[in-house]
Structure formats: structure tokens, C-alpha cells
Design a protein around this ligand. Structure first.
Ligand SMILES: C[S@@+](CC[C@H](N)C(=O)[O-])C[C@H]1O[C@@H](n2cnc3c(N)ncnc32)[C@H](O)[C@@H]1O
Length: 261
């Protein structure tokens, strides 16, 4: 990926903690794959002292984006609504916007939502509706959380209210590097169960790229997926040669509701 002019945006979180702790020196980074190009703003390296993994683009996002281009593309995503969970800067969503009708980026920290707003403002293509929502997996079991979750869109000047999340039928969920600690597994199962329940008429699959760093975390993740949802999700590893050709520890999983496969 190549770098060009730096971009700074002061954030509410950045102002709170001070720039000593929070780095918001975002750079436009160009993701290139064959003739495909997409700029995404992010930190070039993880130079912040604060735990904000959502400010940088992870290798899994690069692999998942290549998978979207090669194996989903317009044949799967045309006229579809795609939600990216744990987007961070949102490379996968920004790639998916080239093929889908509507793409929603989501994360949970204010500072990452500010970065998502930058990417919605600067990187939207005119053929897709690009939206954002602050979907925190840890809060999704709270009463009325999902019902009232605001979805924002860029109006040419700023992100403004568009709808509540339940008003949008989601066809596909995507994600990359969204599990790195075992503590993320249970909240992830909660949000997936909720999303599959609430979008049962439209939701076809959840695709995500996982990088194995610890065997135990990977085993727990697969076990949790097979138990969550009503009777367990069906979890299928797809294109393993493709993923492992880029990183031997990379896995791309397709997750569907049992009975819909
Ligand atoms: C390792 S980063 C991956 C970012 C991006 N998907 C990528 O691959 O470049 C993990 C992401 O998951 C998000 N995340 C972690 N816990 C979350 C939660 N409870 N709710 C929503 N997002 C969460 C983080 O904020 C971060 O953006």
C-alpha cells in the first residue's frame, strides 16, 4: 500500500486524552490489487499508547478485501446491503462499496467512529450508499439497544442521522481480525446471534478473515460458533489455499444459520 498526503482530524476522544496519548495523524493509504484501487485513511503504524486497534489496517483486512474482489464481487454483492463489524478504518467495507448497494461501517470506540466518518466523507463512491453505526457487541444485549441504534450518512458536509439499524435489512456481514482475545468471543456471539435473529428474512452469510495467533483462541472461537444461535451456526472454511497463500495463519470463514445453507 502506498502513502501520500497526511490527514489530521481532531477528535472528541483525542481532545479528552490529549494528543500525547492519542495519535490521529491519519494517512491516506492506497490498497491496490490488480487494477483495483481504494484509498483508506488510517494510522500507518500502531504508534498510539492507547489501545485503539481500530486505527490501523490489519493484514486480515487486506486478505478479506482480496477475497471480496475475487470471490464475492458483483455476482454476490450486487443490490445487497453489507454490514462490516469491527471495521476499524473500514478497508473491507470500502472495497465492498464497489459492488454493493448499501454498506454500513461499524465499530464501538468514539475515536474509531471519527476515523470511520473521515473515510465515509473522503472515500465514498457514488454508486453505493455508505453508512455508519456505533455497534458495540458488548452492549447489544441491553434492552432497546438494537432498536434505537442510530445509522448515520454523509450529507456532503458531515455525518447526519439516516435511520435506526432495524429499519435496514442486512444481506451480508463481513469482518476482519475481529477476534484477538478470548474475551471478545462471547460478545461477538451475542452480536451475531442478534443480527441473524433480527435479519432472518434477508441475512445470507457472515464472511470473516481470522488470523490465528493462539491455537486456544481459535479453538474457542470455532466451538462458540458451533454452539451459538439456534442449533449452532454452520461454519465453513472457504478458499483456504487463497488465504494461506497470503498468510499461512489466515482463515476465511463463511458462517450461515443452520437450515439456510
Ligand atoms: C484488530 S482490529 C481490526 C480492524 C479492521 N477490521 C481491520 O482488519 O483492519 C479489531 C477491531 O474490532 C473492534 N472491536 C473490538 N471489540 C469490539 C466491540 N465490543 N464492538 C465493536 N467493535 C469492536 C476494534 O475497535 C477494532 O476496530
Amino acid at each position: 500500500m502506498e502513502q501520500s498526503q497526511p490527514l489530521k482530524k481532531s477528535s472528541s476522544r483525542g481532545e479528552l486524552l490529549g494528543d500525547i496519548f492519542v495519535d490521529v495523524d491519519y494517512q491516506p493509504i492506497t490498497f491496490e490489487y490488480g487494477t483495483f484501487k481504494q484509498v483508506v485513511h488510517a494510522l500507518k503504524t500502531s504508534s498510539t499508547d492507547y489501545d485503539l486497534t481500530g486505527q490501523i489496517i490489519w493484514k486480515a483486512a487486506d486478505i478479506m478485501s482480496k477475497y471480496i474482489i475475487d470471490h464475492l464481487g458483483p455476482s454476490v454483492l450486487k443490490d445487497q446491503t453489507v454490514l462490516e463489524i469491527g471495521s476499524g478504518p473500514g478497508l473491507c467495507a470500502l472495497v465492498a462499496q464497489h459492488f454493493a448497494k448499501t454498506v454500513i461501517l461499524s465499530d464501538y470506540q468514539d475515536l474509531v467512529m471519527d476515523l470511520i466518518a473521515i473515510n465515509c466523507e473522503k472515500c465514498a463512491v457514488p454508486t453505493c450508499q455508505l453508512l455508519s453505526t456505533q455497534l458495540d457487541w458488548m452492549k447489544c444485549k441491553e434492552a432497546d439497544y438494537y432498536e434505537t441504534l442510530p445509522v448515520l450518512e454523509y450529507d456532503g458536509k458531515q455525518m447526519v442521522d439516516h435511520a435506526r439499524l432495524p429499519a435496514i435489512g442486512i444481506d451480508y456481514i463481513i469482518g476482519s481480525d475481529i477476534v484477538y482475545w478470548t474475551s471478545s468471543i462471547e460478545p461477538l456471539m451475542d452480536v451475531l446471534t442478534l443480527l441473524f435473529q433480527r435479519n432472518s428474512a434477508t441475512l445470507k452469510a457472515f464472511y470473516f478473515c481470522y488470523i490465528e495467533r493462539h491455537v486456544v483462541t481459535h479453538t474457542q472461537l470455532k466451538g462458540a460458533l458451533s454452539k451459538a444461535w439456534d442449533g449452532g451456526f454452520v461454519v465453513e472454511e472457504v478458499m483456504s489455499e487463497f488465504a494461506k497463500g497470503i498468510d499461512p495463519n489466515a482463515y476465511i470463514y463463511k458462517v450461515t444459520a443452520r437450515g439456510s445453507e
